[in-house]
Design a protein around this ligand. Structure first.
Ligand SMILES: Cc1ncc(COP(=O)(O)O)c(C=O)c1O
Length: 384
C-alpha cells in the first residue's frame, strides 16, 4: 500500500507515523513473548488518535486494547473495532449496560459488581470482568483485606451465569525506577491474589500487571498479557533511557508553518509580561502553536527546530503562539513559510518529546497527551 502522507501538510499538525506504531508493537511483542500485548489507547491514544493507533497496533499483532473509560471503549466499537477491549475506570454513573451490550470487558475493584450484574441481567448476557487487586499503588483495585470477599462475590455471580471472571490484574507504582524494592512486593501480592482467585474457582484467561517500564525491566512480571501505552507511541518510560536505547520510534511530530518572521531592534520585549528582551537587533519567528494547542505555558526555553537549527522559545507562551529568537544574522525573508518542529523523532538532531518534558518539568506522557483537538492529526504510513 502506498504511503499516504499529505503532499502538503496543514499549517499546524501533529503528524502521526502509523508505521512507527506498528514497529513499536513488534518490538514490544518480541520483548514480551509469549505474553500477549494490550495496546493502551486511552486519552485518545495518548493524543495520537485512539482509532488509528488501535488499528495499527492490532495489525502489528496486539491482541487487546485498553482504555480507562467505557466511553472510550464505545468509541472504538463505533469505529468497527471488534478486538477484545478492557475499560477499567468507572463511577456509579458509568454505563455498564452499554459496555456489556458492546462486549467490553470491565475492570472491577469490587464495588461495581452489583451494578455490573444488573447490566448483565438487563442485557441478558454475562458480563466479563477482570478483578483488580490494589497491590500497592493506592488507586483503584480491591484492597488486600477485601480481596477474598470480592472474589467470593464474583464467583457466586459467575456460578449464577451472570458474570465471567476473565482476568485478574493490577498496576505498578514504581516500575520506571527498576532499583526500587516496591515492585517485588507488588509482584508477591499479585501472585498471592491470583492463587486465591484460582483456588476459589476462577478459570482465568489473562493475568496482567506489566506496564511499559515493567515490560523492559521485569520479565518476571509479564504473565499472560502486558498492558503497554507509552512505548507503543515510541517513547521511553525511563528517565535515563531514550526511545532509541529501547529500539522504539517516536510516532508523533508536532510542527507548524511559521506565521511571521521580522527584524526587531535591540531591547525588543517579547510576549505578555515582556519577560524576554533581545540583546541586539535580531529576527523573531512566530510559531502558531500556544497553550490552547497543548504547548505547556511553562515552555520558555523549549526547543524549536527550524531549517536545521534549534532555537529556544523566548518570552511567555500565549494561547495561540510562541516566539523564537532567530538571531542577529537571520534574514526574515528566508524564514517565510518555514517549518517549525517542536518535537519529533529526533533523527535529524531535532528536539524530541523527552526534550520538551525536560524543558517544561514534566514527563513525555504529558507532552504528547496534552496536544489539544485544535491541532489537526495527520496520519502517515501504511495504515494511514
Ligand atoms: C491501568 C493502566 N495500565 C497500563 C497503563 C499503561 O502504562 P504505560 O503507558 O506506562 O505503558 C496505564 C497508563 O497509565 C494504566 O493506567
Amino acid at each position: 500500500m502506498p504511503t499516504t502522507r499529505l503532499s502538503r501538510l496543514p499549517e499546524r499538525a501533529a503528524v502521526v507515523d502509523l508505521d512507527a506504531i506498528r514497529h513499536n508493537v513488534r518490538v514490544i511483542r518480541k520483548v514480551a513473548e509469549p505474553a500477549r500485548l494490550m495496546a493502551v489507547v486511552k486519552a485518545d491514544g495518548y493524543g495520537h488518535g485512539s482509532v488509528q493507533v488501535a488499528r495499527a497496533a492490532l495489525a502489528a499483532g496486539a491482541s487487546w486494547l485498553g482504555v480507562a473509560h467505557i466511553s472510550e471503549a464505545l468509541t472504538l466499537r463505533a469505529a468497527g473495532i471488534d478486538a477484545p477491549i478492557l475499560a477499567w475506570l468507572h463511577t456509579p454513573d458509568s454505563n455498564f449496560s452499554a459496555a456489556v451490550a458492546a462486549g467490553i470487558d470491565l475492570g472491577c475493584s469490587g464495588w461495581e459488581l452489583e451494578a455490573i450484574v444488573a447490566a448483565a441481567r438487563e442485557q441478558e448476557r454475562p458480563a466479563r470482568v477482570h478483578l483488580k487487586i490494589d497491590t500497592g499503588l493506592g488507586r483503584n483495585g480491591a484492597p488486600a483485606d477485601r480481596w477474598e470477599a470480592v472474589v467470593g462475590e464474583a464467583v457466586q455471580y459467575q456460578d449464577e451465569g451472570l458474570l465471567r471472571v476473565a482476568g485478574v490484574f493490577s498496576h505498578f507504582a514504581v516500575a520506571d525506577e527498576p532499583e526500587r524494592p516496591e515492585t517485588d512486593l507488588q509482584l508477591d501480592a499479585f501472585r498471592e491474589a491470583i492463587a486465591l482467585a484460582e483456588d476459589a474457582g476462577c478459570d482465568l484467561e489473562v493475568r496482567h500487571i506489566a506496564n511499559s517500564p515493567a515490560v523492559f525491566s521485569r520479565p518476571d512480571s509479564h504473565f499472560d498479557l502486558v498492558r503497554v501505552g507509552i512505548s507503543v507511541y515510541g517513547l521511553s518510560p525511563f528517565a535515563d533511557q531514550t526511545s532509541a536505547d529501547l529500539g522504539l520510534r517516536p510516532a508523533m511530530t508536532l510542527r507548524a508553518t511559521l506565521s511571521q518572521a521580522k527584524r526587531v531592534p535591540a531591547e525588543q520585549g517579547v510576549s505578555y509580561g515582556l519577560s524576554y528582551r533581545t540583546s541586539s537587533p535580531s529576527a523573531l519567528g512566530l510559531v502558531p502553536l500556544g497553550y490552547a494547542d497543548g504547548v505547556p505555558r511553562t515552555s520558555e526555553g523549549g526547543p524549536v527546530r527550524i531549517a536545521g537549527r534549534t532555537y529556544p522559545v523566548v518570552g511567555r507562551v500565549a494561547m495561540d503562539q510562541i516566539v523564537v529568537d532567530l538571531g542577529p544574522d537571520a534574514d526574515p525573508k528566508a524564514f517565510r513559510g518555514a517549518e517549525a518542529v517542536l518535537f519529533g523523532t529526533g533523527d535529524d538532531g531535532g528536539p524530541t518529546a523527552d526534550d520538551w518534558a525536560r524543558a517544561t518539568g514534566t514527563i513525555n506522557y504529558e507532552i504528547v497527551t496534552r496536544i489539544s483537538p485544535r491541532v489537526p492529526r495527520v496520519y502517515e504510513g501504511e495504515d494511514a
